[in-house]
Design a protein around this ligand. Structure first.
Ligand code: 0X9
Ligand code: ZN
Length: 552
Protein backbone atom coordinates (compact mmCIF):
# COMPACT_ATOMS: atom_id res chain seq x y z
CA UNK A 1 0.00 0.00 0.00
CA UNK A 2 2.59 2.67 0.86
CA UNK A 3 3.92 2.63 -2.70
CA UNK A 4 0.50 3.50 -4.05
CA UNK A 5 0.39 6.55 -1.86
CA UNK A 6 3.83 7.62 -2.95
CA UNK A 7 2.73 7.99 -6.54
CA UNK A 8 1.16 11.43 -6.75
CA UNK A 9 -0.91 10.96 -9.86
CA UNK A 10 -2.24 7.74 -8.50
CA UNK A 11 -3.32 9.34 -5.25
CA UNK A 12 -5.68 11.50 -7.19
CA UNK A 13 -6.96 8.53 -9.14
CA UNK A 14 -7.18 6.25 -6.15
CA UNK A 15 -9.11 8.73 -4.15
CA UNK A 16 -11.50 9.12 -6.96
CA UNK A 17 -10.71 12.78 -7.42
CA UNK A 18 -9.75 12.19 -11.02
CA UNK A 19 -12.98 13.53 -12.42
CA UNK A 20 -13.73 16.29 -10.01
CA UNK A 21 -10.25 17.54 -9.36
CA UNK A 22 -7.96 16.64 -12.19
CA UNK A 23 -9.98 16.32 -15.39
CA UNK A 24 -13.04 18.50 -15.21
CA UNK A 25 -12.60 20.46 -12.05
CA UNK A 26 -14.26 23.62 -13.17
CA UNK A 27 -17.35 21.87 -14.42
CA UNK A 28 -17.72 19.77 -11.33
CA UNK A 29 -16.20 21.95 -8.65
CA UNK A 30 -19.04 22.99 -6.44
CA UNK A 31 -19.18 26.61 -5.68
CA UNK A 32 -18.51 26.88 -2.00
CA UNK A 33 -19.17 30.50 -1.57
CA UNK A 34 -19.91 31.33 2.00
CA UNK A 35 -22.68 33.83 2.06
CA UNK A 36 -26.18 34.21 3.30
CA UNK A 37 -27.53 33.50 -0.13
CA UNK A 38 -25.65 30.25 -0.70
CA UNK A 39 -25.40 28.27 2.51
CA UNK A 40 -22.81 25.54 2.26
CA UNK A 41 -25.02 22.86 3.72
CA UNK A 42 -22.94 20.21 1.99
CA UNK A 43 -19.92 20.86 4.20
CA UNK A 44 -19.14 17.91 6.44
CA UNK A 45 -16.69 17.44 9.26
CA UNK A 46 -15.36 13.89 9.35
CA UNK A 47 -13.29 12.05 11.91
CA UNK A 48 -10.46 9.95 10.48
CA UNK A 49 -8.94 7.19 12.54
CA UNK A 50 -5.24 6.71 11.84
CA UNK A 51 -3.77 3.54 13.18
CA UNK A 52 -0.09 4.37 13.17
CA UNK A 53 2.56 6.93 12.28
CA UNK A 54 2.77 5.65 8.72
CA UNK A 55 -0.96 6.09 8.17
CA UNK A 56 -0.78 9.54 9.74
CA UNK A 57 1.96 10.66 7.38
CA UNK A 58 0.23 9.22 4.33
CA UNK A 59 -3.01 10.86 5.28
CA UNK A 60 -1.41 14.24 5.91
CA UNK A 61 0.28 14.10 2.50
CA UNK A 62 -3.07 13.75 0.71
CA UNK A 63 -3.51 17.49 0.86
CA UNK A 64 -7.00 17.34 2.36
CA UNK A 65 -8.52 20.07 4.46
CA UNK A 66 -7.26 19.05 7.86
CA UNK A 67 -8.82 20.76 10.83
CA UNK A 68 -6.67 21.78 13.74
CA UNK A 69 -8.00 19.08 15.99
CA UNK A 70 -6.72 15.82 17.19
CA UNK A 71 -8.38 13.39 19.56
CA UNK A 72 -6.03 10.51 20.33
CA UNK A 73 -5.27 8.93 16.97
CA UNK A 74 -8.13 10.70 15.20
CA UNK A 75 -7.82 13.71 12.94
CA UNK A 76 -10.70 15.74 11.48
CA UNK A 77 -11.23 17.02 7.96
CA UNK A 78 -13.55 19.47 6.30
CA UNK A 79 -15.05 17.53 3.42
CA UNK A 80 -18.22 16.62 1.56
CA UNK A 81 -20.21 13.45 0.96
CA UNK A 82 -18.53 12.61 -2.31
CA UNK A 83 -15.00 12.89 -1.00
CA UNK A 84 -16.02 10.99 2.09
CA UNK A 85 -17.18 8.07 -0.05
CA UNK A 86 -13.97 8.14 -2.01
CA UNK A 87 -11.86 8.06 1.12
CA UNK A 88 -13.88 5.16 2.49
CA UNK A 89 -13.50 3.28 -0.77
CA UNK A 90 -9.78 3.57 -0.32
CA UNK A 91 -9.92 2.01 3.10
CA UNK A 92 -9.60 5.05 5.33
CA UNK A 93 -11.61 4.86 8.54
CA UNK A 94 -13.73 7.97 8.19
CA UNK A 95 -16.89 8.86 10.10
CA UNK A 96 -19.07 11.95 9.87
CA UNK A 97 -19.10 14.05 13.01
CA UNK A 98 -22.70 15.20 12.86
CA UNK A 99 -22.51 17.88 15.50
CA UNK A 100 -19.44 19.53 14.03
CA UNK A 101 -20.88 19.23 10.52
CA UNK A 102 -24.11 20.97 11.46
CA UNK A 103 -22.18 23.74 13.06
CA UNK A 104 -19.83 24.16 10.11
CA UNK A 105 -22.81 24.43 7.75
CA UNK A 106 -24.59 26.93 9.96
CA UNK A 107 -21.50 29.08 10.20
CA UNK A 108 -20.81 28.89 6.51
CA UNK A 109 -24.28 30.30 5.97
CA UNK A 110 -23.35 33.51 7.71
CA UNK A 111 -22.09 36.45 5.77
CA UNK A 112 -18.40 37.17 5.59
CA UNK A 113 -18.09 40.65 6.88
CA UNK A 114 -19.94 42.26 9.75
CA UNK A 115 -16.63 43.70 10.75
CA UNK A 116 -13.77 41.73 9.21
CA UNK A 117 -11.62 44.05 7.15
CA UNK A 118 -10.75 43.60 3.52
CA UNK A 119 -7.14 43.90 2.35
CA UNK A 120 -7.94 47.40 1.09
CA UNK A 121 -9.39 48.34 4.46
CA UNK A 122 -6.41 46.86 6.27
CA UNK A 123 -4.03 48.93 4.20
CA UNK A 124 -6.11 52.06 4.76
CA UNK A 125 -6.17 51.32 8.47
CA UNK A 126 -2.39 51.04 8.86
CA UNK A 127 -1.86 54.09 6.65
CA UNK A 128 -4.24 56.05 8.88
CA UNK A 129 -2.52 54.87 12.03
CA UNK A 130 0.89 55.88 10.67
CA UNK A 131 -0.50 59.28 9.71
CA UNK A 132 -1.95 59.78 13.19
CA UNK A 133 1.19 58.62 15.00
CA UNK A 134 4.06 59.63 12.72
CA UNK A 135 6.64 59.42 15.50
CA UNK A 136 5.61 55.89 16.44
CA UNK A 137 4.53 54.11 13.29
CA UNK A 138 5.67 53.59 9.75
CA UNK A 139 4.01 51.54 7.02
CA UNK A 140 6.42 49.65 4.79
CA UNK A 141 6.09 47.42 1.76
CA UNK A 142 8.27 44.38 1.46
CA UNK A 143 7.34 42.85 -1.88
CA UNK A 144 4.52 42.09 -4.29
CA UNK A 145 1.95 39.33 -4.24
CA UNK A 146 1.87 36.64 -6.90
CA UNK A 147 -0.96 38.31 -8.77
CA UNK A 148 0.71 41.69 -8.73
CA UNK A 149 3.83 40.19 -10.29
CA UNK A 150 2.17 37.89 -12.79
CA UNK A 151 -1.12 39.44 -13.83
CA UNK A 152 -0.43 43.11 -14.34
CA UNK A 153 -2.99 45.87 -14.28
CA UNK A 154 -4.63 46.42 -10.95
CA UNK A 155 -4.44 42.76 -9.93
CA UNK A 156 -2.68 41.76 -6.75
CA UNK A 157 -1.26 43.75 -3.88
CA UNK A 158 1.82 45.19 -2.37
CA UNK A 159 2.91 43.16 0.61
CA UNK A 160 2.82 45.53 3.54
CA UNK A 161 3.36 45.82 7.26
CA UNK A 162 3.65 48.42 9.97
CA UNK A 163 6.66 49.04 12.17
CA UNK A 164 5.98 50.46 15.62
CA UNK A 165 8.62 52.14 17.72
CA UNK A 166 9.41 55.56 19.12
CA UNK A 167 11.59 57.05 16.41
CA UNK A 168 13.19 59.45 18.92
CA UNK A 169 14.76 56.69 21.01
CA UNK A 170 17.95 55.30 19.55
CA UNK A 171 19.82 52.03 19.75
CA UNK A 172 19.41 48.50 18.48
CA UNK A 173 15.90 47.58 19.42
CA UNK A 174 14.73 44.05 20.25
CA UNK A 175 11.98 42.93 17.89
CA UNK A 176 8.63 41.21 18.26
CA UNK A 177 7.28 40.22 14.86
CA UNK A 178 3.58 39.39 14.56
CA UNK A 179 2.12 38.09 11.31
CA UNK A 180 -1.37 37.02 10.35
CA UNK A 181 -3.43 35.45 7.59
CA UNK A 182 -0.76 33.52 5.76
CA UNK A 183 -3.80 31.30 5.30
CA UNK A 184 -6.21 33.68 3.67
CA UNK A 185 -9.45 32.39 5.15
CA UNK A 186 -8.29 32.65 8.76
CA UNK A 187 -10.03 35.97 9.16
CA UNK A 188 -9.80 36.52 12.90
CA UNK A 189 -6.02 36.60 12.75
CA UNK A 190 -5.76 39.85 10.78
CA UNK A 191 -8.22 41.50 13.10
CA UNK A 192 -6.12 40.49 16.11
CA UNK A 193 -2.97 41.86 14.51
CA UNK A 194 -4.62 45.17 13.65
CA UNK A 195 -6.13 45.55 17.10
CA UNK A 196 -2.71 45.03 18.61
CA UNK A 197 -1.35 47.84 16.41
CA UNK A 198 -4.11 50.14 17.55
CA UNK A 199 -3.76 49.12 21.20
CA UNK A 200 -0.06 49.97 21.22
CA UNK A 201 -0.40 53.27 19.41
CA UNK A 202 -3.39 54.52 21.36
CA UNK A 203 -1.86 53.59 24.73
CA UNK A 204 1.53 55.18 24.18
CA UNK A 205 2.04 57.74 26.95
CA UNK A 206 -1.07 56.40 28.71
CA UNK A 207 0.07 52.95 29.76
CA UNK A 208 3.63 52.73 31.09
CA UNK A 209 4.20 49.24 29.75
CA UNK A 210 3.14 50.14 26.24
CA UNK A 211 5.25 53.27 26.46
CA UNK A 212 8.48 51.51 27.34
CA UNK A 213 7.76 48.78 24.81
CA UNK A 214 7.57 51.34 22.02
CA UNK A 215 10.49 53.36 23.39
CA UNK A 216 12.81 50.40 23.78
CA UNK A 217 11.56 47.69 21.40
CA UNK A 218 10.20 47.55 17.89
CA UNK A 219 7.05 45.67 17.08
CA UNK A 220 6.54 44.78 13.47
CA UNK A 221 3.13 43.61 12.30
CA UNK A 222 2.12 42.13 8.94
CA UNK A 223 -1.67 41.81 9.11
CA UNK A 224 -2.17 39.85 5.89
CA UNK A 225 0.68 37.77 4.56
CA UNK A 226 -1.46 36.38 1.76
CA UNK A 227 -3.46 39.33 0.38
CA UNK A 228 -4.37 37.70 -2.95
CA UNK A 229 -5.93 34.76 -1.17
CA UNK A 230 -7.63 37.07 1.31
CA UNK A 231 -9.41 38.91 -1.49
CA UNK A 232 -10.96 35.59 -2.47
CA UNK A 233 -11.91 34.86 1.14
CA UNK A 234 -13.52 38.30 1.24
CA UNK A 235 -15.94 37.04 -1.37
CA UNK A 236 -16.92 34.24 0.95
CA UNK A 237 -14.72 31.42 -0.33
CA UNK A 238 -12.56 29.21 1.82
CA UNK A 239 -9.33 30.14 0.02
CA UNK A 240 -6.32 29.05 2.05
CA UNK A 241 -3.39 29.22 -0.37
CA UNK A 242 -1.95 32.00 -2.50
CA UNK A 243 -3.25 32.49 -6.03
CA UNK A 244 -0.38 31.05 -8.06
CA UNK A 245 -2.17 29.26 -10.87
CA UNK A 246 0.94 28.10 -12.73
CA UNK A 247 0.52 24.48 -11.76
CA UNK A 248 -3.05 24.52 -10.66
CA UNK A 249 -4.71 25.99 -13.73
CA UNK A 250 -7.13 23.06 -13.66
CA UNK A 251 -8.14 23.45 -10.05
CA UNK A 252 -11.68 24.42 -9.11
CA UNK A 253 -12.65 27.98 -9.86
CA UNK A 254 -14.20 29.35 -7.76
CA UNK A 255 -12.29 27.49 -5.09
CA UNK A 256 -13.90 24.89 -2.89
CA UNK A 257 -12.89 23.87 0.59
CA UNK A 258 -10.67 21.11 -0.75
CA UNK A 259 -9.97 21.98 -4.37
CA UNK A 260 -8.25 25.26 -5.06
CA UNK A 261 -5.29 26.51 -6.99
CA UNK A 262 -2.33 28.06 -5.26
CA UNK A 263 0.52 27.11 -3.01
CA UNK A 264 0.19 26.60 0.72
CA UNK A 265 2.54 29.34 1.90
CA UNK A 266 2.81 27.59 5.25
CA UNK A 267 4.45 24.63 3.49
CA UNK A 268 6.64 26.75 1.21
CA UNK A 269 9.32 28.04 3.61
CA UNK A 270 12.92 27.05 3.01
CA UNK A 271 13.66 25.06 6.15
CA UNK A 272 12.97 21.35 5.75
CA UNK A 273 10.87 22.14 2.69
CA UNK A 274 9.25 19.26 0.82
CA UNK A 275 9.92 16.55 3.38
CA UNK A 276 6.54 15.91 5.00
CA UNK A 277 4.53 17.84 2.43
CA UNK A 278 6.15 17.10 -0.89
CA UNK A 279 5.55 18.60 -4.34
CA UNK A 280 4.06 15.22 -5.19
CA UNK A 281 0.92 16.20 -3.28
CA UNK A 282 -2.15 17.07 -5.36
CA UNK A 283 -1.66 20.58 -6.71
CA UNK A 284 -5.24 21.51 -5.93
CA UNK A 285 -4.96 20.16 -2.39
CA UNK A 286 -4.75 22.23 0.75
CA UNK A 287 -1.10 21.64 1.63
CA UNK A 288 0.57 21.68 -1.78
CA UNK A 289 4.03 23.11 -0.99
CA UNK A 290 4.99 24.39 -4.46
CA UNK A 291 7.71 23.12 -6.73
CA UNK A 292 10.65 24.43 -4.72
CA UNK A 293 11.47 26.06 -1.40
CA UNK A 294 10.32 29.69 -1.13
CA UNK A 295 9.11 29.54 -4.74
CA UNK A 296 6.31 31.99 -3.91
CA UNK A 297 6.84 35.74 -3.84
CA UNK A 298 4.89 35.98 -0.59
CA UNK A 299 7.18 33.43 1.09
CA UNK A 300 10.38 34.78 -0.36
CA UNK A 301 9.46 38.32 0.63
CA UNK A 302 8.49 37.48 4.19
CA UNK A 303 11.62 35.40 4.67
CA UNK A 304 13.66 38.42 3.54
CA UNK A 305 11.67 40.68 5.82
CA UNK A 306 12.22 38.41 8.82
CA UNK A 307 15.94 38.14 7.99
CA UNK A 308 16.12 41.93 7.95
CA UNK A 309 14.54 42.10 11.41
CA UNK A 310 16.62 39.50 13.25
CA UNK A 311 20.25 38.41 13.23
CA UNK A 312 21.07 34.78 12.43
CA UNK A 313 21.73 33.25 15.83
CA UNK A 314 21.66 29.51 15.20
CA UNK A 315 24.03 27.06 13.49
CA UNK A 316 23.03 24.92 10.57
CA UNK A 317 22.63 21.57 12.36
CA UNK A 318 19.30 20.52 13.81
CA UNK A 319 21.09 20.03 17.11
CA UNK A 320 22.62 23.53 17.23
CA UNK A 321 20.97 25.53 19.99
CA UNK A 322 20.35 29.24 19.69
CA UNK A 323 22.30 30.90 22.52
CA UNK A 324 20.48 31.69 25.74
CA UNK A 325 20.79 35.39 25.04
CA UNK A 326 19.43 35.14 21.47
CA UNK A 327 17.21 38.10 20.73
CA UNK A 328 13.84 38.28 18.99
CA UNK A 329 10.48 36.58 19.04
CA UNK A 330 7.76 36.01 16.49
CA UNK A 331 4.18 34.74 16.42
CA UNK A 332 2.35 33.66 13.29
CA UNK A 333 -1.40 33.73 13.80
CA UNK A 334 -3.59 30.97 12.39
CA UNK A 335 -7.01 29.63 13.15
CA UNK A 336 -8.35 27.53 14.69
CA UNK A 337 -8.21 25.10 17.63
CA UNK A 338 -6.86 27.01 20.61
CA UNK A 339 -3.27 25.92 20.31
CA UNK A 340 0.11 27.42 21.03
CA UNK A 341 2.67 25.57 18.90
CA UNK A 342 6.43 25.77 18.59
CA UNK A 343 9.02 23.96 16.42
CA UNK A 344 9.69 21.40 15.28
CA UNK A 345 6.68 20.67 13.16
CA UNK A 346 8.38 18.23 10.82
CA UNK A 347 10.27 15.93 13.19
CA UNK A 348 9.30 14.69 16.61
CA UNK A 349 12.62 15.28 18.31
CA UNK A 350 12.57 18.41 20.42
CA UNK A 351 14.61 21.43 19.37
CA UNK A 352 17.80 22.14 21.30
CA UNK A 353 15.95 25.10 22.84
CA UNK A 354 12.93 22.99 23.72
CA UNK A 355 12.76 23.81 27.44
CA UNK A 356 12.96 27.51 26.74
CA UNK A 357 10.43 27.39 23.90
CA UNK A 358 8.11 25.34 26.05
CA UNK A 359 8.28 27.71 29.02
CA UNK A 360 7.30 30.67 26.84
CA UNK A 361 4.66 28.60 25.06
CA UNK A 362 3.13 27.55 28.36
CA UNK A 363 3.19 31.12 29.56
CA UNK A 364 1.34 32.24 26.43
CA UNK A 365 -1.15 29.46 27.01
CA UNK A 366 -1.69 30.56 30.60
CA UNK A 367 -2.94 33.87 29.20
CA UNK A 368 -5.06 32.76 26.27
CA UNK A 369 -6.18 29.40 27.64
CA UNK A 370 -4.89 27.47 24.63
CA UNK A 371 -3.15 24.11 24.70
CA UNK A 372 0.64 24.40 24.42
CA UNK A 373 2.61 21.74 22.53
CA UNK A 374 5.37 21.09 20.03
CA UNK A 375 3.86 21.56 16.57
CA UNK A 376 4.27 17.97 15.42
CA UNK A 377 2.01 16.90 18.28
CA UNK A 378 -0.88 17.97 16.11
CA UNK A 379 0.20 16.50 12.79
CA UNK A 380 3.47 16.64 10.87
CA UNK A 381 4.10 19.61 8.58
CA UNK A 382 7.14 20.83 6.65
CA UNK A 383 8.14 24.19 5.22
CA UNK A 384 6.24 26.14 7.88
CA UNK A 385 7.00 29.68 9.00
CA UNK A 386 8.04 28.88 12.54
CA UNK A 387 10.25 25.92 11.64
CA UNK A 388 12.04 28.30 9.28
CA UNK A 389 12.34 31.30 11.59
CA UNK A 390 13.60 29.16 14.46
CA UNK A 391 15.54 26.72 12.28
CA UNK A 392 17.19 29.34 10.12
CA UNK A 393 17.66 32.22 12.54
CA UNK A 394 17.17 30.77 16.03
CA UNK A 395 14.46 33.20 17.07
CA UNK A 396 11.77 32.07 19.48
CA UNK A 397 8.93 31.21 17.10
CA UNK A 398 5.30 30.37 17.71
CA UNK A 399 2.10 29.53 15.92
CA UNK A 400 -1.18 30.41 17.63
CA UNK A 401 -4.29 28.63 16.38
CA UNK A 402 -7.02 31.03 17.43
CA UNK A 403 -10.56 29.81 18.03
CA UNK A 404 -12.46 26.91 19.49
CA UNK A 405 -12.64 23.51 17.83
CA UNK A 406 -16.39 23.53 18.06
CA UNK A 407 -19.18 25.81 19.13
CA UNK A 408 -20.33 29.26 18.24
CA UNK A 409 -16.87 30.79 17.85
CA UNK A 410 -15.13 27.94 16.02
CA UNK A 411 -14.31 27.76 12.32
CA UNK A 412 -12.59 30.05 9.86
CA UNK A 413 -15.36 32.63 9.62
CA UNK A 414 -16.73 32.93 13.15
CA UNK A 415 -19.18 35.74 13.88
CA UNK A 416 -17.23 38.96 14.27
CA UNK A 417 -18.62 39.32 17.79
CA UNK A 418 -16.37 36.40 18.79
CA UNK A 419 -13.47 38.83 18.72
CA UNK A 420 -14.76 40.31 21.96
CA UNK A 421 -17.03 37.72 23.52
CA UNK A 422 -19.24 34.74 22.91
CA UNK A 423 -18.93 31.18 24.03
CA UNK A 424 -15.37 30.09 23.24
CA UNK A 425 -14.65 33.53 21.80
CA UNK A 426 -13.17 36.73 23.25
CA UNK A 427 -10.18 36.22 20.98
CA UNK A 428 -8.92 39.74 21.51
CA UNK A 429 -8.98 40.04 25.31
CA UNK A 430 -7.60 36.52 25.65
CA UNK A 431 -4.68 37.04 23.30
CA UNK A 432 -3.66 40.59 24.15
CA UNK A 433 -1.81 39.56 27.35
CA UNK A 434 0.07 36.90 25.39
CA UNK A 435 1.11 39.45 22.74
CA UNK A 436 2.26 41.86 25.45
CA UNK A 437 4.25 39.12 27.13
CA UNK A 438 5.96 38.36 23.80
CA UNK A 439 6.75 42.05 23.39
CA UNK A 440 8.19 42.26 26.92
CA UNK A 441 10.56 39.31 26.56
CA UNK A 442 11.69 40.17 23.00
CA UNK A 443 15.14 41.31 24.14
CA UNK A 444 16.22 37.79 25.17
CA UNK A 445 13.19 35.48 25.22
CA UNK A 446 15.05 32.30 26.13
CA UNK A 447 16.52 33.94 29.24
CA UNK A 448 13.64 36.17 30.25
CA UNK A 449 11.16 33.33 29.73
CA UNK A 450 12.99 31.42 32.47
CA UNK A 451 12.50 34.19 35.00
CA UNK A 452 9.49 35.30 37.04
CA UNK A 453 6.93 37.44 35.30
CA UNK A 454 5.43 40.54 36.95
CA UNK A 455 1.73 39.88 36.51
CA UNK A 456 0.34 43.03 38.02
CA UNK A 457 1.85 46.22 39.26
CA UNK A 458 0.23 48.98 41.24
CA UNK A 459 1.31 52.31 42.69
CA UNK A 460 -0.50 53.71 45.70
CA UNK A 461 0.00 57.28 46.64
CA UNK A 462 -0.89 58.51 50.11
CA UNK A 463 1.59 60.15 52.43
CA UNK A 464 4.20 58.28 50.47
CA UNK A 465 4.40 56.33 47.24
CA UNK A 466 4.20 52.57 47.50
CA UNK A 467 4.84 50.17 44.62
CA UNK A 468 3.46 46.67 44.71
CA UNK A 469 3.87 43.84 42.23
CA UNK A 470 2.74 40.27 41.93
CA UNK A 471 5.37 37.94 40.43
CA UNK A 472 4.75 34.45 39.13
CA UNK A 473 7.13 31.76 37.93
CA UNK A 474 4.75 28.81 37.60
CA UNK A 475 5.38 28.43 33.86
CA UNK A 476 8.90 29.84 33.76
CA UNK A 477 10.97 27.06 35.21
CA UNK A 478 9.04 26.82 38.46
CA UNK A 479 11.84 27.93 40.78
CA UNK A 480 11.26 30.01 43.85
CA UNK A 481 11.31 33.76 43.41
CA UNK A 482 14.15 35.08 45.56
CA UNK A 483 14.38 38.79 44.76
CA UNK A 484 12.55 41.74 43.24
CA UNK A 485 13.75 45.21 42.39
CA UNK A 486 12.65 48.43 40.79
CA UNK A 487 14.28 51.15 38.72
CA UNK A 488 13.30 54.78 38.45
CA UNK A 489 13.05 56.05 34.87
CA UNK A 490 16.11 54.19 33.56
CA UNK A 491 15.58 50.46 32.90
CA UNK A 492 18.27 47.84 33.66
CA UNK A 493 19.60 47.57 30.10
CA UNK A 494 20.28 51.32 30.01
CA UNK A 495 22.33 51.22 33.18
CA UNK A 496 19.55 52.07 35.62
CA UNK A 497 20.17 51.68 39.35
CA UNK A 498 18.32 48.77 40.99
CA UNK A 499 16.55 49.26 44.32
CA UNK A 500 15.46 46.15 46.21
CA UNK A 501 11.80 45.41 46.97
CA UNK A 502 10.73 43.34 49.96
CA UNK A 503 8.36 40.39 50.12
CA UNK A 504 4.90 41.33 51.34
CA UNK A 505 4.77 38.19 53.47
CA UNK A 506 8.20 38.76 54.96
CA UNK A 507 10.38 36.52 52.81
CA UNK A 508 10.78 35.39 49.22
CA UNK A 509 10.51 31.61 48.92
CA UNK A 510 7.72 30.60 46.55
CA UNK A 511 6.89 30.52 42.82
CA UNK A 512 4.33 33.24 43.37
CA UNK A 513 5.30 36.28 45.41
CA UNK A 514 4.06 39.77 46.10
CA UNK A 515 6.73 42.41 46.49
CA UNK A 516 6.45 45.91 47.80
CA UNK A 517 8.59 49.04 47.98
CA UNK A 518 8.03 52.21 49.95
CA UNK A 519 9.40 55.14 48.08
CA UNK A 520 10.21 58.55 49.47
CA UNK A 521 9.17 61.79 47.90
CA UNK A 522 10.38 62.24 44.33
CA UNK A 523 9.10 65.31 42.54
CA UNK A 524 7.28 64.86 39.25
CA UNK A 525 5.86 61.91 37.38
CA UNK A 526 8.12 58.89 36.89
CA UNK A 527 8.24 55.53 35.22
CA UNK A 528 9.02 52.67 37.57
CA UNK A 529 10.36 49.45 36.08
CA UNK A 530 9.98 46.29 38.16
CA UNK A 531 11.41 42.82 37.79
CA UNK A 532 12.01 39.64 39.77
CA UNK A 533 14.69 36.94 39.98
CA UNK A 534 14.40 33.23 40.67
CA UNK A 535 16.57 30.86 42.68
CA UNK A 536 18.63 29.98 39.60
CA UNK A 537 19.51 33.61 39.03
CA UNK A 538 17.13 34.20 36.12
CA UNK A 539 15.67 37.68 35.92
CA UNK A 540 12.27 37.91 34.29
CA UNK A 541 11.00 40.68 32.02
CA UNK A 542 10.27 44.11 33.39
CA UNK A 543 6.85 45.64 33.72
CA UNK A 544 6.41 49.35 34.20
CA UNK A 545 4.04 51.74 35.86
CA UNK A 546 3.71 55.51 35.86
CA UNK A 547 3.54 56.92 39.32
CA UNK A 548 3.01 60.47 40.44
CA UNK A 549 4.89 61.97 43.32
CA UNK A 550 3.25 61.75 46.76
CA UNK A 551 0.85 64.57 47.45
CA UNK A 552 2.68 65.78 50.57
O1 0X9 B 1 -1.53 23.16 8.85
C1 0X9 B 1 -1.13 24.29 9.12
O2 0X9 B 1 -0.46 24.99 8.36
C2 0X9 B 1 -1.48 24.89 10.48
N1 0X9 B 1 -2.86 24.69 10.75
S1 0X9 B 1 -4.02 25.45 9.88
O3 0X9 B 1 -5.29 24.86 10.18
N2 0X9 B 1 -4.10 26.95 10.37
O4 0X9 B 1 -3.68 25.41 8.53
C3 0X9 B 1 -0.67 24.18 11.56
C4 0X9 B 1 0.79 24.26 11.40
C5 0X9 B 1 1.47 23.56 12.52
N3 0X9 B 1 2.85 23.38 12.30
C6 0X9 B 1 3.75 24.32 12.64
N4 0X9 B 1 3.38 25.40 13.22
N5 0X9 B 1 5.01 24.12 12.39
ZN1 ZN C 1 -3.55 28.36 9.05
Amino acid sequence: MPSLFNAPARIVFLLGFALTLALLPCAFGREQRVSASSPSSNILVARVHLRDEDELRRFVSLGLDLLEMREGDDLFILTDAKQLGELRAQGWQVAIDQQKSTLASEQAAETFSNGYRTVTEMRAFVDDEAARYPNLAEVFTYGSSWQKIHMGGSAGSDLFGIRLTNKQTQGVKPTFFLMAAIHARELTTSELALRFVDYLLSNYGVDADVTWLLDEHQIVVVPVVNPDGHRIAEQGYYQRKNLNTTNGAGCANPPTIFNQSGIDLNRNFSFGWGTVNSPGEPVCGQTYPGTSAASEPETDAIQNLIRSLFPDQRGTQRTDAAPDNATGIMITLHSYSNLVLWPWGDISSPTPNANQLQAIGQKFASYNGFTPEQAIGLYPTSGTTDDWSYGELGIASYTFEVGDESGQCSGFFPPFSCMDGGSGGAFWPRNLPAFLYAARIARAPYQLGQGPSPESVSANVSDHLQLQAQFDETFNGGQAIVAAEYYIDTPPWRGGVPIAMRAVDGSFYSISESAVADIGAIPGKHTFFLRGRDASGNWGPVRAIFAPAPTN
